[in-house]
Design a protein around this ligand. Structure first.
Ligand code: FCB
Length: 453
């Protein structure tokens, strides 16, 4: 299974999950600092205060990337390092870190892919309403432009937002993520303002290749998980259709086609109204982009559930049951369904032929053990191998897929799950900050070297 000649192989991380150094060089506070320091929000009270100490160890970490021969490294820029209060003049010391990081990557012949927003909103903006406040979208675009001014000569691939569904619906819907608010109307407003921020920022990232990164997944009935040709009942098909609109089309239809699905407008109408969607917004959101970044971990499994109330993370999901899949699971409890990835990629390339696709995250948490300085993570290796076979199949079927980035380079702060969930292909021993390449990393190095499986 050999991949196309220019196929990009890489790995991904995010600022708050790895950097640490939360008080250094003028960094402001983010919503994740506040949230992780609030008792009861994160397992074991873990915080990103130190994380992988990547802020100080980035050179060694790039050394590991070089060893693996990564072609690209997707990292995120911490907005509170650039604008400690989320607005106004940039903090030169914050920018200097990314400046050095990028130069070091380029010297190692690794393409830097920068995500501008991977969830660490400046707390000062949250104090003014966060993403429920329309102004945050404009602040985001100004921040994006400031970063592009300084780094756009060396960073050629930009992601505006990482997973706006998660920001809006876990941050403001079910409150599992920062800022921990629980209000369906606020969540839907936030989703729209995130999209607006994306569209405004996308215009200010030229020259450059611009992408929007979404957490997408095929929405399947329980029977379709193992049998793609299973024909659902009419009621189940309607549930699938609606959840697909809320999860994926809510973001990609406005960004790529300048329209909202009717299901999203109906959900908004039932949850606080649609006044926040102003005339002209869809045209602003519909800024040209080059790529859709897809973060895939598991399918979304639903069936009809008459009388059920909407799930807190899914305003508009009345009468839908979120079901378990008949499949083995990772340490997160997420079902392992590799061909969900090929089904998704083929569907998206069909629905959004105007843009290219890139898998910007895929990977798995398992309970690793270090034995004599090695980590034999056979489960993770099998997960990655199985998913890459499906990526290859999608390419064979004609999907315009440009690359694949593993989540994650390093074990790191897994949000509300803290450090107990390890997604890295590199093991991190937190007390000593020792890094060890897991078996999956050594295997990935060989995949990259032969450009295939
Ligand atoms: C995604 C996030 C990423 C990581 C993985 C496991 O939703 O983008 O930061 O937490 O899940």
């Amino acid at each position: 299974m050999i991949f196309p000649e220019n196929f990009v192989w890489g790995a991904a991380t995010a600022s708050y999950q790895i950097e640490g150094a939360v008080k250094e060089d003028g960094r402001g506070q983010s919503i994740w600092d506040t949230f992780s320091h609030t008792p009861g929000k994160v397992v074991e009270g873990d915080t990103g205060d130190v994380a992988c100490d990547h802020y100080h160890r980035y050179k060694d970490d790039i050394g590991l990337m070089r060893e693996l021969r990564l072609g690209a490294y997707r990292f995120s820029i911490a907005w509170p390092r650039i604008q400690p209060d989320g607005a106004g003049p940039v903090n030169p010391r914050g920018l200097a870190f990314y400046d050095k990081l990028v130069d070091e990557l380029l010297a190692a012949e690794i393409a830097p892919y920068a995500t501008l927003y991977h969830w660490d909103l400046p707390q000062a903006l949250e104090d003014r309403g966060g993403w429920t406040n329309r102004d945050t979208a404009y602040r985001f675009a100004d921040y994006a432009a400031a970063v592009h001014d300084r780094l756009g000569d060396r960073i050629h691939t930009w992601a505006t937002l990482n997973e706006p569904w998660v920001s809006a619906y876990l941050g403001y819907g079910n409150g599992v993520h920062a800022p921990g608010r629980r209000d369906p109307a606020e969540a839907m407003r936030s989703a729209h303002h995130l999209l607006l921020g994306h569209g405004l920022a996308a215009r200010r990232l030229r020259p450059g290749t611009v992408m929007l990164v979404v957490n997408s997944a095929p929405v399947l009935t329980p029977a379709q998980v193992s049998d793609p040709s299973a024909v659902p009942s009419e009621a189940d098909a309607a549930a699938v259709h609606r959840i697909h609109a809320l999860l994926t089309r809510q973001f990609l239809d406005p960004a790529v086609h300048g329209t909202y699905p009717a299901e999203v407008l109906e959900a908004a109408a039932r949850n606080g109204g649609t006044e926040h969607i102003r005339d002209g917004d869809l045209a602003l959101i519909n800024a040209p982009i080059d790529l859709i970044g897809i973060n895939y971990y598991n399918p979304c499994v639903v069936e009809s559930g008459p009388g059920l109330p909407a799930d807190a993370a899914w305003p508009g999901s009345e009468d839908v049951r979120f079901a378990a899949a008949d499949a083995p699971t990772t340490a997160m409890g997420w079902p392992i369904v590799p061909d969900g990835l090929s089904r998704l990629l083929i569907r998206l390339s069909h629905d959004y032929p105007e843009v290219g696709l890139m898998v910007t995250e895929n990977g798995a948490a398992f309970d690793d053990v270090v034995e004599n300085g090695r980590v034999h993570d056979a489960d993770r290796l099998a997960y990655l191998d199985g998913h890459l076979r499906e990526v290859w199949r999608a390419v064979q079927s004609g999907a315009d897929l440009r690359g694949y980035l593993v989540w994650s380079l390093l074990d790191n702060f897994e949000w509300a799950e803290g450090y107990r969930r390890r997604f890295g292909i590199v093991h991190v021993d937190y007390p000593t900050q020792t890094r060890v390449l897991k078996d999956s990393a050594l295997w990935y190095r060989d995949v990259i070297a032969r450009n295939g499986l």
